[in-house]
Design a protein around this ligand. Structure first.
Ligand SMILES: [Zn+2]
Length: 414
């Protein structure tokens, strides 16, 4: 369903499949993705849900997980598509998380869902830190008052009256202070992004904007810091409930969670702190996003120039080869370790006949391949491990002789 939170989707699937536990449901779904680019035992739950919905993991992650706001930025070269095979470790870790700690629903949305579809669902856009309203209806969200809020769909909670209605003003989003409205707009737009911004470009853009409005970037000095401006401009009651640490900072002291976002080489900050920084520096979401896109694009191009075609044969035969074996051909890991553009690296690996071997120890086709390298006939090796002979022949066609040599010398259980 549109904007449905993955956890809410799980709840519906459990009802449809009549599985009593979540673990049981996931176990029954795993065989469906066997033989894909990552071994099915390791596949993130989000990939299983994508399969059940009949969409790609990338589409599912961008439309049904909170990854776009949890990973607003990442190191250059690791700004991979949310849900992609190369970013599986992030999907595994963050894919099923919500951003806010509790579960929320809009009572108007739930009523409308029930009339139109016969059931309701939890939405991602109701679970963003700092966003207290439904954007469609501009009304305040209600919190589900239960220890297991994702055990029932929203209309059930509405029927039972297990909701806590927030009485804080303003009741309508349109009456909220302008910084909060910009924040809400930004949060919604960033929630639809398909990949993180690279930190260098994003931080440079934020720094350039901060400098242009007279803010100080260094720890020492007289002028206002970005964190001071946040404290001065954002409504304190809103800040206290969503950013309690910041609301207690001392004026003029460097506050790294916010002020570090202006340093080009610092690691990525927490997702919602970027949204707060942008809402403080710009008066509208569209102005903020257009400005940072330009800088980010430049940084991406510079990164590509820096990491492409600068390595000679000695690199590809030496340092690269060691990294390839150590990381079992995992593109994301090698790219990160050697600072190579992952897209370029993938093309290069294909040209060199070096596939990913990260499921080396488990996958039957690698076991068959290993037997072949040890001298067994193709058909016998394939039969022994129950692998189609065409699959083994394809591996032999596309795998380099050097890799065959390396695999022969590697120890793994057969
Ligand atoms: Zn609503």
């Amino acid at each position: 369903m549109p904007d449905e939170l993955a956890r809410s989707h799980v709840l519906r699937l459990r009802a449809i499949n009549q599985t009593s536990t979540q673990a049981q449901l996931f176990k029954s779904m795993r065989p469906a993705i066997e033989g894909r680019h990552i071994t099915h035992d390791e596949a993130p739950v989000l990939h299983l849900l994508a399969e059940a919905a009949g969409v790609s993991p990338e589409f599912y992650a961008t439309n049904h997980s909170m990854l776009p706001v949890l990973r607003v930025a990442s190191r250059p070269g690791t700004d991979l598509l949310h849900g992609s095979a190369d970013s599986a470790s992030f999907t595994r870790r963050l894919g099923m998380l919500t951003q806010s700690a509790d579960a929320y629903c809009c009572e108007v949305c739930s009523r409308e869902d029930l009339v139109q579809h016969g059931f309701s669902w939890f939405r991602r856009s109701h679970h963003l830190i700092g966003v207290e309203w439904c954007r469609k209806h501009a009304t305040r969200l209600s919190r589900i008052d239960s220890r297991e809020p994702f055990s029932k769909l929203p209309h059930r909670w509405c029927e039972e009256g297990t909701l806590v209605r927030n009485a804080t003003e303003p009741k309508s989003l349109w009456s909220a202070p302008s910084l909060v409205q910009t924040y809400v707009d930004l949060a919604f737009q960033i929630l639809t992004r398909d990949r993180p911004f690279p930190t260098d470009g994003l931080h440079l853009a934020l720094a350039s904007r901060a400098r242009s409005i007279g803010l100080r970037l260094s720890a020492q000095g007289q002028r206002q810091l970005l964190s001071d401006k946040v404290l001065a401009d954002a409504p304190l009651i809103w800040l206290r409930s969503h950013f309690p640490d910041i609301s207690e900072k001392v004026i003029s002291t460097f506050y790294s969670r916010i002020d570090n976002l202006l340093m080009p080489s610092t690691p990525a900050g927490v997702g919602h702190t970027y949204i707060l920084a942008l809402a403080t520096l710009y008066s509208t979401a569209s102005e903020a996003l257009a400005d940072i896109e330009t800088q980010v694009e430049q940084s991406r191009l510079q990164y590509k120039r820096r990491t492409r075609d600068v390595r000679g044969v000695a690199f590809w035969q030496g340092e690269f080869w060691e990294s390839y074996i150590r990381n079992l051909g995992n593109v994301a890991e090698i790219a990160r370790e050697l600072q190579i553009d992952p897209k370029y690296l993938r093309e290069k690996l294909q040209a060199l006949g070096l596939p990913s071997i990260k499921d080396l120890k488990f996958a039957p086709h690698w076991r068959a391949f290993r037997d072949f390298c040890d001298g067994m006939a193709v058909q016998t090796a394939a039969d022994r491990h129950n692998v189609p002979v065409q699959k083994l022949e394809e591996i032999l066609r596309t795998t380099s002789a050097r890799l065959r040599g390396a695999l022969r010398s590697m120890k793994f259980p057969i």
